[in-house]
Design a protein around this ligand. Structure first.
Ligand code: KG4
Ligand code: ZN
Length: 325
């Protein structure tokens, strides 16, 4: 739950992390996630209002994630938002979760169109071209695993705790790219990605070494894996930006916190796209949070795109690619 002013000022942003309970199971268990949402919802609403020092009567609208995501968790959010909006007679604004990730960049800089967004999270890896506010065109995406998912699966093989992206990132900085992992589709003339081949070759390497009782250097494994992911993400993103008339490049989603990706893109943009402004949201706003949903909702608020009380969660919600008036 977050309270946002003018779409770009955070008055409060409360994140109820579920990581501890997901770690016990090595991943997100949908039913456990739903229960957490129920338990935390009212506490978070109260905490967000208290921290922001506002009362419901001072609010202009209520925004809620409609999808995509786990249906149970989405339903609880939508029900709570509807009840809150109804009780306080406020308009209700449905927001696409992935749009929220992109709009997190508004807390750093105003968005300047046209722009390209690289969305890299646990469930998505997409290049999204935005001609203007509210218009999203997916020009490339993963054909199998998402980038964050690859980090988490590889981490599991190494016995790391879920989610393991951050830990692999840290290990990578202590090692070197010594194991030659594939860079899938890097030279192909499209904007799509594939990470399952990298995941398989990583797992094979580890299993073969275990069978032969050979020692592998953990830091070098992490560095080699990360180099493969970053090389492909950087190459495809730069190619996409060269093919579209973009003014900004926004990197968003949990994997946007990755240090290797940050430095790789900074270097590549400075070298090949000096006129493009590269924006990473602050670390705290890369992962899932409510402030980013408020930032995206502000655009809809100006257009008065409100939902009725029959709004329903949509676990497979896609981007609207045509701007509605
Ligand atoms: O956006 P997010 O918080 O949740 C989804 O909507 O998926 O992204 C979570 C993903 C996880 O897969 C996690 O391992 C990854 O982001 N992640 C990272 C880093 N920090 C989080 N991956 C690589 N490097 C990081 N520093
Ligand atoms: Zn997310």
């Amino acid at each position: 739950m977050a309270v946002i002013e003018e779409g770009s000022i955070i008055l409060s942003n409360i994140v109820a992390s579920q990581i501890k309970s997901h770690q016990r199971f090595g991943g997100v268990v949908p039913e456990v996630a739903s229960r957490h949402h129920v338990e935390e919802m009212t506490l978070c609403i109260e905490e967000a209002l208290k921290t922001a020092q506002v009362v419901p009567a001072e609010l202009t609208a209520v925004a809620v994630t409609q999808g995509p995501g786990l249906v149970g968790a989405l339903l609880i959010g939508v029900a709570a938002a509807k009840a809150f909006a109804w009780a306080h007679q406020l308009p209700l604004i449905p927001v696409n979760h992935m749009a929220g990730h992109i709009y997190a960049a508004r807390f750093v800089e105003p968005l300047t169109f046209p722009l390209m967004a690289l969305l890299v999270s646990g469930g998505h890896t997409e290049l999204v071209y935005m001609a203007e506010d509210g218009s999203f065109e997916i020009i490339g995406e993963t054909r199998d695993d998402a980038a964050g998912e690859a980090y988490d699966k590889v981490g599991r093989v190494l016995g790391l705790r879920y989610p393991s992206g951050k830990e692999i990132d840290q290990l990578a900085h202590q090692g070197e790219d010594t194991y030659a992992f594939p860079r899938a589709m890097i030279h192909e003339d499209n904007f799509d990605f594939s990470f399952s081949g990298l995941k398989s070759s990583f797992i094979n390497l580890v299993h073969n070494a275990q069978q032969r009782e050979e020692e592998l250097v953990l830091e070098n494994l992490a560095a080699s894996f990360q180099a493969s992911v970053v090389d492909v993400l950087v190459a495809k993103t730069i190619r996409a930006c060269k093919n579209y008339p973009v003014k900004q490049l926004i990197v968003a989603g949990g994997v946007a916190a990755n240090q290797g990706l940050r430095s790789g893109l900074h270097e590549a943009v400075a070298k090949s796209l000096p006129d493009v402004q590269l924006i990473f949201p602050p670390f705290a706003l890369c992962g899932d949070n409510a402030a980013m949903i408020g930032a995206a909702a502000h655009v809809e608020l100006r257009k008065k795109h409100f939902a009725q009380m029959d709004l329903n969660a949509n676990p497979s919600l896609v981007f609207p690619n045509k701007v509605q008036a």
